[in-house]
Ligand binder design. Structure first.
Ligand code: SAM
Ligand code: DTB
Ligand code: SF4
Length: 330
């Protein structure tokens, strides 16, 4: 098959995510996935080098500022009240507690601090509290990111006014597979929130999860949706499912790690100017697999011992890995 002709449109891709003139089809992204591994990595690395310092990796640290008890039923998530997991609910943290964690993240070398809350959508009172946190974190000189669930346009405006740099809200999977995983809100709800965030003038952080038992076509469908957002998200977290006991997706057949690398490469090629973040699931990847992900165009990680409720490689392991690979933090 002449895959080259089907995928060659990337050569016209815009270097900046500010205006997206490239429209991807699922078939074209599937054709990328189907390339011989070496050809795919070569293409991804070429695109990467044309847009980024190939050895720079941006570091974001996560903190769960309100944990568990979420009314949504996302099949992967240990924080849903509907799944019998070991996660203990925790009320919203104080601003001082958040700032202690943010100072530590900054001292460890993170450039962005991301605050996550297990809400379907924030209430106005919740937003008041988060806005104090954002102001404090900004004052430390860190970039700010928050992921608080669905937002109304006026809430997005309030967060923008408070100085929030990025809002994370994932599409998570393709339109077709979405209903197999989440039943309490639909795809359009997610797109509406993303539009509110974009309209308010914040940077969009939007990605998804693989390893949920989906097909390659589903993975291509997710990347197609992300790449066709206009503009494409500035930041694209690619999560590898962390299987948590008690969640419906616990026990899913694990994804072939090379397929994960392919997903990163396809994200890089379809979203040339976006930061592609190796996100949840990094703990389960060997150093060698992570090196392949960086070669495939990943240029951001979650950094620090914890994600929201699950583990992440410790800082020492990441420092050693960066040293061995000659990578530097951005
Ligand atoms: N409640 C908010 C929401 O859903 O938008 C914010 C937090 S939610 C935990 C953020 C993202 O984390 C989800 O969209 C999903 O992509 C990812 N995530 C949650 N649990 C995960 C798991 N077990 N493995 C991998 N990614 C996960
Ligand atoms: C994202 O895409 N991944 C992060 C962040 N955005 C908020 C969350 C990963 C959560 C993994 C499961 C947990 O630790 O609870
Ligand atoms: Fe709630 Fe977010 Fe978890 Fe879904 S992913 S159950 S919305 S915390």
């Amino acid at each position: 098959m002449d895959t080259h002709s089907t995928v060659s449109r990337t050569q016209n891709a815009q270097p900046s995510p500010s205006k997206n003139t490239t429209v991807w089809s699922v078939e074209a992204v599937e054709a990328l996935f189907a390339l011989p591994f070496n050809d795919l990595i070569w293409r991804a690395q070429s695109v990467h080098r044309a847009h980024f310092d190939p050895n720079g990796v941006q570091l974001s640290t996560l903190l769960s500022v309100k944990t568990g008890g979420c009314p949504e039923d996302c099949g992967y998530c240990p924080q849903s009240i509907r799944h019998p997991t070991a996660v203990a609910n925790q009320a919203i943290l104080s601003t001082e507690e958040v700032l202690v964690a943010a100072r530590a993240a900054k001292d460890s070398g993170a450039s962005r601090f991301c605050m996550g809350a297990a809400w379907r959508s924030p209430k106005e009172r919740d937003l008041d509290a988060v806005i104090h946190m954002i102001e404090g974190v900004r004052a430390l000189g860190l970039e700010t990111c928050a992921t608080l669930g669905m937002l109304k346009p006026a809430q997005a405006e309030r967060l923008k006014q408070a100085g929030l740099d990025y809002y994370n809200h994932n599409l998570d999977t393709s339109r077709e597979f979405y209903g197999d995983v989440i039943h309490t809100r639909d795809y359009q709800d997610r797109l509406d929130t993303l539009q509110a965030v974009r309209h308010a003038g914040m940077h969009v952080c939007c990605g998804g999860i693989v390893g949920m038992g989906e097909t390659r076509q589903v993975r291509a469908g997710l990347l197609t949706e992300l790449a066709n957002l206009d503009p494409a998200p500035e930041s694209v977290p690619i999560n590898l499912l962390v299987q948590v006991e008690g969640t419906p997706l616990h026990g899913t057949e694990p994804l072939d790690p090379f397929e994960f690398v392919r997903t990163i490469a396809c994200a890089r090629i379809t979203m040339p100017a976006s930061r592609v973040r190796l996100s949840a699931g990094r703990e389960s990847l060997s150093d060698e697999m992570q090196a392949l992900c960086f070669l495939a165009g990943a240029n951001s990680i979650f950094y620090g011992e914890r994600l929201l409720t699950t583990g992440n490689p410790d800082v020492e392991r990441d420092r050693r890995l960066f040293e061995r690979l000659g990578l530097h933090a951005e």
